[in-house]
Write a protein that binds this ligand. Sequence first.
Ligand code: GLP
Length: 242
Amino acid sequence: MEVVIQPDAGAIATLVADEIERLLAARPDAVLGLATGSSPLAIYDELVRRHEAGRISFARARAFMLDEYVGLPDAHPERYRNVIDREIAGRVDFAPGAVQGPDGNAEDLVGACAAYEQAIADAGGVDLQILGIGTDGHIAFNEPGSSLGSRTRIKTLTSQTRLDNARFFDDDVDAVPVHCVTQGLATIMSARHLVLVATGSAKAEAVHHLVEGSVSAMWPATIMQHHPRATVLVDPAAASRL
Ligand code: GLP
């Protein structure tokens, strides 16, 4: 695992955008893995800037989202599908249907999870997966205790994650869904390059476990220690316990 400490989120975003620009120049039909949360926002803004400057095209690329809440109305602004459309997919030139996410409102959620795994496999797998990390060490919505061999499935959110995410729901923790569908840890590990970004002191403990802790389902991100190509980009505050 390569750990890169950068002065701030802007510098991190530049490095990740460089990597994505290189990937898309070499393989315009590459498959990207997109994450929600605040951590990747600077990356998305940088990708949009480069797209507008004519440096990057997503026209032949595809993308898969990591996770989705269960039960939010289709038009809800915090539904991850809508977040991804707003923050990146709708701001660049992805072809219609090229960005897919797990369906959190399917009648048959178990079937929808299996279909999502198949869609990723049919696309040839993810080339570069962007990741954030939860304060409790979760990646996507793989909460502590998640099986290290898990695939896309339904999960229950922890109270900590619901509290952390209440800020997106007018600070009303009761409005945060209780369930989600998420790529599993084994699904994420199948991506060819993992790029995790974390900033701020609230992430310091999780980053400490990620980089220096034992691999354990109690700190799910630690599975990345087994990945042949994992890059962790952090600012000094997130790196403060390394
Ligand atoms: C959510 C998402 C994760 C994200 C995490 C951290 O729970 N499901 O994919 O990494 O929160 O979010 P943030 O980047 O806002 O700190």
